[in-house]
Design a binder for this molecule. Structure first.
Ligand code: MRU
Length: 353
């Protein structure tokens, strides 16, 4: 599937994460023994990427319940609410976080209706977290299969940020499409935008593609327009953090610029994401909360200031690509083409595409 690493893993009484802040220089794992440590790992981007954040949240909640010292059910229930609140306050944009918390709340309500035993409830909640983990891998593989039909042998694929095995329980969304095409024996090549300021493309996408032997080349963020103008890019595939009901899609900052350039050069651009990334209650992109991160992510690289230390800066971590710039949304149920609103509605009401 992907070689020699895991993004996150349940370890019996802790959750272990590869520290994505340190890659590719150091491959080290961080062990979180409490739900607060899991919350901190999400907030500080030890683990990142929309599906991985959701799966981590589910394990964080299970961990918090298993370690709860409340034997009295009403205190245990109040503790559950607090755990959900603290984990839910970590990052605002990726809707998979809230999707996972809602799913864990539903599982809690369901088991609570059958028992008042805190140990039984904790066991049930851990098993729900395991299901979320397993499903995420299967969903990513299904996205890969669906999207691989768009990728022909000989194509050059541009991606932005990291939507790979590192952004999920495994396999990846946009890179799931790449992986599936590669596994089918297609001869493909990936251009990875470096993705300032956190450098997910340079540090993470290049690392995991190179580990799997998938041909790839790094671009700095300001090069993609030139590469498109020279006919070097055939298709663009990126991930998403939240897709509104009308198909507007939030993804890593810089995605919108790539989409505008792609439109100008008539290059198809696809967003690959599980249905857990679609926020059916969010009518359009303007309603998606955009995380603002610490300004030193922009001003400092590798501990060294790249501007006067008190320089003004901004750091919106995501932007929204309007549906008019999106060629299709690749999901585990197939590819949604414009008009997105009806396709999304159909999938959410149990229909087909
Ligand atoms: O800030 P990050 O690294 O969590 O942002 C990640 C992205 O924007 C990814 O492209 C997105 O989560 C899609 S990953 C399936």
């Amino acid at each position: 599937m992907h070689k020699g690493f895991y993004t996150l893993k349940w370890e019996g009484d802790s959750v272990s994460f590869i520290d994505q802040r340190k890659l590719p220089v150091e491959e080290i794992y961080v062990s979180c023994r409490t739900y607060k440590e899991v919350a901190e790992a999400i907030e500080t981007m030890v683990v990142r990427g929309a599906p991985a954040i959701g799966v981590s949240a589910a394990y964080g909640i299970a961990l918090g319940l298993i370690k709860s010292t409340d034997t009295e059910i009403y205190k245990y229930e109040a503790g559950f609410k607090e755990i959900c609140d603290i984990i839910g306050a970590t990052r605002p944009t990726a809707v998979n976080l809230f999707w996972a918390i809602e799913r864990m709340k539903k599982a809690f309500a369901e088991i609570r209706g059958r028992t008042s035993s805190v140990s039984e409830i904790s066991a049930h909640m851990l098993s729900e977290a395991h299901s979320i983990y397993d499903e995420d891998i299967n969903v990513n593989k299904a996205i890969g299969r669906a999207g691989s039909s768009l990728v022909k042998s000989g194509m050059n694929i541009l991606t932005h940020c990291n939507a790979g095995a590192l952004c999920a329980a495994g396999y990846g969304t946009a890179l799931g499409v790449v992986r599936a095409a590669f596994e089918q024996g297609k001869k493909i090549h990936v251009f990875a935008d470096e993705t300032r300021p956190f450098l997910q493309g340079a540090r993470l996408t290049m690392w995991e593609l190179m580990k799997d032997g998938i041909d790839c080349t790094l671009l700095s963020d300001n090069m993609s327009g030139y590469m498109m103008s020279k006919g070097k890019i055939d298709v663009i595939v990126v991930g998403a953090d939240r897709i509104a009901a009308n198909g507007d899609a939030a993804n890593k900052i810089g995605t919108y610029s790539v989409a505008v350039l792609a439109k100008h050069h008539n290059i198809p651009m696809y967003f690959a994401a599980p249905l857990s990334t679609v926020d059916i209650n969010c009518p359009s992109g303007g309603h998606i909360p955009i995380e603002e991160r610490n300004l030193d992510e922009v001003r400092v690289i590798n501990g060294k200031s790249i501007c006067p230390p008190d320089a003004k800066a901004v750091n919106p971590s995501f932007d929204v690509t309007p549906n008019s710039l999106i060629s299709g949304i690749i999901t585990e149920k197939g590819i949604i083409y414009p008009p997105f609103e009806s396709g999304i509605k159909s999938l959410f009401s149990g229909g087909d595409l």
